[in-house]
Design a binder for this molecule. Structure first.
Ligand SMILES: Cc1cc2nc3c(=O)[nH]c(=O)nc-3n(C[C@H](O)[C@H](O)[C@H](O)COP(=O)(O)O)c2cc1C
Length: 205
């Protein structure tokens, strides 16, 4: 390995896993609500499962705990202001979705949790386990329904999430995950395969 002369500064133990997706999690009680979540993750492929970590003081915490369901709405650039707003204000005091001009739509397999119209991806999630960890409780949930906005498909049916201007969260900053620099397996792909895939991925933007 090439020798370099970078130096490092030690920090107190903290979680610096970055960037991460930032999502709008919708749920419902007497009315629909949504909160912004950055501590979300993929935890299993079969069955498809995700996690979200919530502080118990969130208004949405009890809504999700008692209904046992929520919808993950992947966030894109055009919704970044609404995403921030729903992560600052509480649904305990106001209808945040209305304040942001967002509309909810029913979600397949969900009894009451709606999806938020316009967001590129909706995932209906059913809570399987809640694990208290400390500041946050970890909700492990199975993805029981998914839908993706039509404009993200090619005529041949292939899905292109790289075109969705998805938002990520990078240590307190929102960023767009935009430029394609490779694809799964590109480091070992044949030159002609690499060039064809990259041309098509880059040509589409
Ligand atoms: C970028 C961002 C990420 C956040 N991530 C989380 C999170 O992972 N878990 C959590 O409990 N709160 C998180 N929050 C805070 C909640 O979204 C916020 O407290 C919100 O107002 C709760 O809404 P509610 O009271 O209507 O449920 C985040 C806020 C922002 C702005």
């Amino acid at each position: 390995m090439k020798e370099t002369n970078e130096t490092y500064r030690g920090l107190q133990p903290t979680v610096l896993l970055s960037p991460v997706p930032v999502v709008l999690v919708s749920c419902a009680g007497e009315r629909p609500n949504a909160l912004t979540v950055a501590w979300a993750g993929t935890v299993c492929s079969h069955p498809p499962m995700v996690s979200i970590s919530l502080r118990r003081e969130r208004f949405s915490y009890e809504l999700i705990r008692s209904s046992g369901e929520f919808v993950i709405n992947l966030a894109d650039e055009v919704h970044s202001r609404a995403v921030d707003y729903c992560g600052i204000r509480s649904g305990r005091k106001e209808d945040k979705l209305a304040a942001c001009g967002l509309q909810t739509v029913p979600m397949e397999q969900m009894a009451i949790a709606p999806a938020v119209q316009g967001f590129p991806v909706h995932m209906g999630c059913r809570v399987r386990q809640v694990v208290p960890l400390g500041s946050h409780d970890l909700f492990l949930a199975e993805v029981v329904s998914v839908r993706v906005r039509e404009d993200l498909f090619d005529p041949d049916g292939s899905l292109h999430l790289e075109r969705a201007s998805l938002l990520c969260y990078n240590h307190g900053v929102y960023q767009r995950a935009e430029q394609v620099i490779g694809f799964f397996g590109w480091s070992v792909a044949r030159k002609d395969v690499y060039e064809r895939r990259m041309l098509s991925l880059r040509g589409r933007r």
